[in-house]
Design a protein around this ligand. Sequence first.
Ligand code: C5P
Length: 201
Amino acid sequence: MPFTIAIDGPAAAGKGTISKAVAAHFGFAHLDTGLLYRAVGRRMLAGDAPIDAAQSLTQEDLERDDLRTPEVAQAASKVAVISEVRAALLDFQRAFARRADGAVLDGRDIGTVICPEAEAKLFVTASAEIRAQRRFAELAPQGLASNLDEVLADVRARDERDMNRADAPLKPAKDAVIIDTSTLDIAEAVAAAITAVDARR
Ligand code: C5P
């Protein structure tokens, strides 16, 4: 039976970690939809037109190891405002959501646009400062960030673009359970997510 868990929220709120753990707990497949936009953003930085890139994304584009940089994150949120880019990525995400064996999708518009019929919807959030601290701790050891203030400015710029675009802006679905991870550790955040999903099963 298809069962879709939609997990949305702003950058670095903990969606990725929670989504992986929730998918493992229920034995569901997981799709990080941000990777699709990052792959399109990376191709734009390499000189491709964003709409062409979205319409011709390959598995190889998605498996590159340079999609997690701050530059690619910003490029992703720029291509994500283009309706034709979003439209080109829609069918793939919807087909994944309705797989027979259950699916977890995380992103910005899963519960609102991609899969409004999802059986369980979560909106994972945290303060911008906490999210920037977490992202900095992740990027600094890889040499991808040297300054917390810059990471905070990047997080805020991306929030602003993601929340204020005309097409599929970042916002909780009306029936989403909000999980604020600002004061939760990973185990507590995952437990809260599993409890919310269990309530819908
Ligand atoms: O989740 P992640 O940080 O990898 O997403 C990168 C960017 O892709 C986001 O800032 C957002 O602009 C865009 N995105 C989106 N819709 C999604 C997933 C990501 O617009 N479902």
